[in-house]
Design a protein around this ligand. Structure first.
Ligand code: SF4
Length: 199
């Protein structure tokens, strides 16, 4: 599998915020979001067995880039992790639906649709283990309050999260995201790894 990194940390955003996990960051993405803070180039290539061996603890977050670009290896990895009882989380932009038999082995899939992309909202919204995380901000791929006010009422509120775009520790957009989440009756996500990053 083409990887950027494997590391242990706390999940900083979304429904598993504050929970420890091993992060497997796969390389490559099919989108080019302005201001993306993820390196696109693979730094290493590992066999599925080596990836499996590098995972510590009871929870794994498979992220990217866009992990579904390596669907074959990803599916094998998820099946092996599931068989050994690991709690599997995945983060995706939603442009590649995950086969149903693989998706059902995932504890929590966080889909963060990017404005202007084809993100298969009907597929994801119907799945009980899928949470939809919308990033509010001014970048062209971010959502506006107006668009979310139109979209969110048709979705199951318990599985919708609104998060501010930002890589600044002060998270200047957080209050607006908080207020909008409160107004729409959905969840607010902070970005704890950004707030707490070392200077
Ligand atoms: S989908 Fe995510 S990883 Fe891909 S370019 Fe956009 S922000 Fe970066």
């Amino acid at each position: 599998m083409r990887l950027i990194e494997i590391f242990c940390s706390m999940q900083g955003e979304g429904p598993a915020m504050g929970r420890p996990a091993t992060f497997v960051r796969l390389a490559g993405c099919n989108l080019r979001c302005q201001g993306c803070d993820t390196d696109d180039k693979p730094r290493r290539e590992l066999s599925i067995a080596d990836v499996l061996e590098s995972i510590q603890g009871r929870r794994v977050v498979i992220t990217g880039g866009e992990p579904t670009l390596q669907m074959e290896g990803l599916s094998q990895l998820i099946s092996l992790l599931h068989d050994q009882g690991t709690e599997i989380h995945i983060e995706t932009n939603g442009t590649n639906p995950i086969p149903e038999d693989i998706l059902e082995k995932i504890h929590c899939a966080v889909v963060s649709p990017k404005l202007g992309s084809h993100f298969h909202i009907d597929f994801w919204a119907g799945k009980k283990n899928v949470h939809l995380k919308f990033v509010l901000g001014k970048a062209p791929w971010c959502w506006t309050s107006e668009l979310l006010e139109q979209l969110v009422p048709a979705l199951e509120k318990e599985r919708v999260w609104i998060m501010a775009y930002g890589t600044d520790r002060d998270m200047p957009g957080a209050r607006v995201a908080w207020d909008l989440a409160l107004h729409l009756g959905v969840n607010y996500s902070d970005r704890l790894h950004i707030r707490l990053k070392r200077r």
